[in-house]
Design a protein around this ligand. Structure first.
Ligand code: HEC
Length: 109
């Protein structure tokens, strides 16, 4: 009886073990090239005066992009950079940068 119980429990658990890992690696967004010149591929800024985006909260990044789009944040380089992008593409870029590891605090730029 005990053996049978184990067998049933294992059979029930099998589909759980087969599930894909929750943290599947994300593919870089197609439009990343439009941002990387200033923000880097991984959200560590390549130019002085440009903010790092790596590891920033997703909701913050999405709001910032919405604010550039609406003109609430009126910064010419950012408004020009996001001009041709769809809201879905902006969302992908926000998700990409939010998922990048932040730079080490010791790194001076
Ligand atoms: C020409 C350089 C340049 C390019 C290209 C550029 N950015 Fe920026 N970005 C900036 C600068 C400068 C700021 C700071 C603007 C400000 O003071 O609000 C900024 C700010 C941001 C912020 C807000 C960060 C914060 O901490 O508030 C986000 C999000 C962002 N950029 C995303 C993007 C995305 C996504 C792209 C590509 C579509 C992109 N940027 C392309 C220069 C650039």
């Amino acid at each position: 009886m005990r053996v049978l119980l184990w067998f049933v429990l294992l059979a029930l658990a099998a589909p759980l073990r087969a599930a894909p890992p929750a943290t599947a690696p994300m593919a870089p967004p197609v439009r990343l090239g439009l941002c990387a010149a200033c923000h880097g591929n991984d959200g560590i800024a390549t130019l002085p005066g440009v903010p790092n985006l790596a590891g920033q909260r997703l909701d913050y990044l999405r709001q910032a992009l919405a604010d550039y789009r609406s003109g609430r944040r009126n910064v010419a380089p950012m408004r020009a950079a996001i001009g041709p992008l769809t809201p879905a593409e902006l969302d992908q870029l926000a998700a990409w940068y939010a998922s990048r590891p932040p730079c080490a605090p010791a790194a001076k730029r």
